[in-house]
Design a binder for this molecule. Structure first.
Ligand code: URA
Length: 212
């Protein structure tokens, strides 16, 4: 059981360096997308750091040995569309056998509240460690709504991974879901009046897909 309201800032130099490149407004779409994939593999490394291992018997070309492999519950990655898919790719590079769910939420531009338009989760999500991915934890509303839906599907072991978070969003998210640890590469200063993280990196979806 994790500590309630846990926030893990991944301070690894490679993560911080890549994040700085992503923040830079002069980074191209191709560069941003590649960095999102690379940094999320590194974030995946941290979020899976404490997975339990068990010894299995294998044959190397030379002899029999007891070697460690990941035991227990298998993973399910859940991407919050659409920007979550930019993180999903790198996570799948790390855990290619993971099951994948998708939740489509958009922010109502006036209320900033999440509106669900799509959900598809694996049937056995209740029996898996669920890692929810979205690059930006801004107001925390989308993240909270997504985790609520995943809990309704029966999941009890959930972690949230983002690249940037705002203090307001972290507080709001943990008010709703104190049991869900958040892994983030940085906690930025604040949200602006439009719900964007400052200094931030802009609109993550637009930067990943080149839509603006
Ligand atoms: N979503 C984004 O893509 N960027 C922000 O700064 C906030 C929410």
């Amino acid at each position: 059981m994790s500590t309630p309201r846990e926030v893990i800032v991944v301070s690894h130099p490679m993560v911080q360096h890549k994040l700085t490149l992503m923040r830079d407004k002069n980074t191209s779409t191709i560069g941003f997308r590649r960095l999102a994939r690379e940094i999320s593999l590194l974030m995946g490394y941290e979020v899976t750091r404490d997975l339990p291992l068990e010894l299995v018997t294998i044959e190397t070309p030379l002899e029999t040995m007891e070697a460690p492999e990941i035991s227990g519950k298998k993973l399910c990655l859940v991407s919050i569309l659409r920007a979550g898919n930019g993180i999903l790719e790198g996570m799948l590079d790390l855990v290619p056998a993971a099951r994948v769910g998708h939740i489509g939420l958009y922010r109502d531009p006036h209320t900033l509240s999440p509106v669900e338009y799509y959900i598809k989760l694996p049937d056995d999500v209740a029996h898996r460690l669920v890692i929810v991915v979205d690059p930006m934890l801004a107001t925390g509303h989308s993240a909270s709504a997504a985790v609520t839906r995943i809990k309704q599907a029966g999941a009890t072991n959930i972690r949230f991974v983002c690249l940037l978070s705002a203090p307001e969003g972290l507080a709001a998210f943990h008010d709703e879901h104190p049991d869900v640890p958040v892994y983030t590469a940085a906690i930025d200063r604040c949200l602006n009046d439009h719900g964007y993280i400052c200094p931030g990196l802009g609109d993550a979806g637009d930067r990943i897909y080149g839509t603006k």
